[in-house]
Design a protein around this ligand. Structure first.
Ligand SMILES: [Zn+2]
Length: 83
């Protein structure tokens, strides 16, 4: 008995990919959580994407901060899951 389930397998794969994306989804950050008075906040689908957005904001509005790996670590540590 030969099983030909190419289409089904493909569908299942696709479903898994969507689920993976969803499980990575929903990181949020707000400047308040970092002790800043500014009301900026952002959400993104992944930690890295959110880090990038946050660093852009830091460059614009928090020029007193030095962008380095220590800062990146701190930013990641105050990120929250949105779920
Ligand atoms: Zn800010």
């Amino acid at each position: 008995m030969q099983k030909v389930r190419t289409n089904d397998a493909y569908r299942e794969d696709k479903q898994n990919i969507v689920q993976d994306l969803e499980s990575n989804m929903g990181k949020s950050i707000s400047c308040k959580d970092a002790g800043k008075t500014c009301g900026w906040s952002a959400t993104a689908e992944s930690e890295d994407a959110l880090l990038k957005i946050t660093l852009e904001h830091v460059k614009e509005h928090h020029k007193e901060l030095t962008i380095n790996s220590e800062l990146a670590k701190n930013i990641k540590s105050i990120m929250k899951d949105t779920k």
